[in-house]
Ligand binder design. Structure first.
Ligand code: PFF
Length: 456
């Protein structure tokens, strides 16, 4: 099947077609990056890790490690123009190393499947909150009511399993139909709309009287609270939120037109993603303090703060419904990125149709996801290593698999690929290229290794 691919003087084309424009690519990667990681995960992880110092380390990881890893992934993806497993095998041989680099793609396929298994469960909560918002559950509700609505919902494994099933069904449907049509349109509308709603919420947070307390929590670093485990959590969050270290961006890069600037596209995605996460923090933490909640409340944090704010706002029912609909869209466009490596691999390596691949991968993910469904109710007390089944899958993927994938990807781009190949893809040998090469060869790998070794 792969031999169908053209190879004109070293420039390949992808079996799956190409993005229609530079903007389409940026939108797709932004759609994959901006998701539950920004609005649900970032605030609670920052809260659990003490705020300020964590946020600072996270930002440093995003710029010095995240950015070069993202550029490396895109350039590898575009050069290979295949699914991440085949691309790594092909370039490994082509660059005079080994086809065993395919295992890096393999880890990515697996990481995507494991991440989506719990991501879909949380996305299911978001779907349920669309319905709860629209039916006025949160209108004028007190903090106690909002918390008990959350506890009651997540305490019912049937309810959580149902919404997990619906979300996986929606994901499979879109993946099966092919990416371009619906997705581009969805992202084009979703990211700006999400931004507007977040700004509205920011206005509310500012008027809550606790804004400065929130800002202080987020930006005043108290270094004594920061252990290596928090530094690892910051690194893991940087990888997770940017969708890097698992081949998703590599798979998207395979469909990137030759003349698009990889540096420019990466910078745009990183800026949009980081901006939305910061905005989420600035909205959530003032609300946490205004309502006497704890920033370390864990995965339920956003589901307990935002409905409270909406419940007190004029037109809150509409705002709240629209917000959770947008968040569902954000989760959905991210889910597509999470399955793309596995789906592209099944299509290319086993000759499956996109629809068949989507059903196989989706079914497997749904099944694994039942472990996370039960982690919030029936099996909530069954804990080992990092905590519940959900906690363990999250820890393993974000804090180990993604950084490890990122480490191997930068080593590959920085040391295995020759200078000509990477300069060719990045389109320059000027200062920007030199900075990338320094980061990809030295700073990012050493940084990731240092954090991994010290934390584990
Ligand atoms: N970046 C997504 C988020 O922040 O919600 C999660 C994610 C999507 C991770 C796609 C990895 C990926 F390939």
């Amino acid at each position: 099947m792969l031999s169908n691919q053209a190879n004109n003087g070293g420039k390949r084309t992808s079996l799956h077609g190409h993005w229609s424009s530079r903007m389409a690519f940026i939108l797709a990667v932004t759609g994959s990056a901006v998701g539950l990681g920004n609005i649900w995960k970032f605030p609670y992880i920052a809260g659990q890790n003490g705020g300020g110092a964590f946020v600072l380390v996270y930002l440093i990881c995003v710029v010095l490690i995240g950015m070069p890893v993202m550029m490396s992934e895109i350039l590898i993806g575009r050069r290979g123009r295949r699914n991440p497993v085949a691309t790594m095998a092909l370039l490994g041989k082509e660059e005079g190393s080994s086809q065993h680099w395919k295992w890096v793609g393999g880890i990515g396929v697996l990481a995507g499947i494991l991440i989506l298994s719990y991501y879909s469960v949380i996305a299911g909560w978001v779907l349920a909150y669309v319905v709860k918002s629209a039916s006025g559950t949160f209108s004028g509700a007190s903090s106690e009511v909002v918390s008990s609505v959350f506890a009651e919902f997540t305490g019912s494994w049937q309810a959580v399993a149902l919404t997990h099933t619906i979300f996986m069904g929606l994901t499979v449907l879109v993946v099966a139909r092919g990416v371009e049509r619906g997705l581009e349109q969805a992202v084009r509308f979703m990211v700006p709309a999400l931004l507007i709603l977040m700004l509205t919420l920011l206005g509310y947070a500012i008027s809550s009287g606790y804004f400065m307390q929130g800002v202080e929590f987020m930006f005043t670093p108290s270094w004594d609270k920061l252990g290596w485990d928090s530094v690892l959590a910051a690194l893991g969050q940087a990888f997770f939120t940017l969708s890097i270290g698992m081949g998703a961006v590599m798979a998207y890069g395979a469909y990137l037109p030759e003349d698009t600037s990889i540096t420019g596209a990466s910078a745009a995605v990183v800026a949009a993603d980081t901006g939305i996460a910061m905005l989420a923090g600035l909205v959530i933490f003032p609300l946490v303090f205004a309502n006497g909640l704890s920033p370390a409340d864990g995965p339920g944090l956003v589901f307990q703060t935002l409905p409270l704010a909406f419940g007190k706002m004029a037109g809150g029912v509409v705002f709240s419904t629209v917000f959770f609909v947008l968040l569902s869209f954000a989760a959905w466009t991210s889910a597509l990125g999470l399955v793309e490596p596995a789906v592209a691999w099944l299509v290319e390596a086993f000759g499956k149709t996109r629809a068949q691949a989507a059903v196989i991968v989706g079914g497997l993910i749904w099944l694994i996801g039942l472990g996370s469904v039960l982690s919030f109710n029936v099996l909530a007390d069954v804990t080992f290593l990092a905590g519940t089944i959900f906690d363990n899958i999250d820890y393993l993927t974000s804090n180990i698999m993604l950084p490890l994938g990122g480490l191997l990807i930068t080593i590959f781009a920085g040391w295995v690929m020759c200078r000509n190949s990477t300069a060719d893809e990045l389109g320059s040998s000027g200062t920007l290229y030199k900075i990338w090469r320094l980061l990809a060869r030295v700073l990012a790998p050493i940084g990731i290794l240092l954090i991994l070794i010290n934390a584990i």
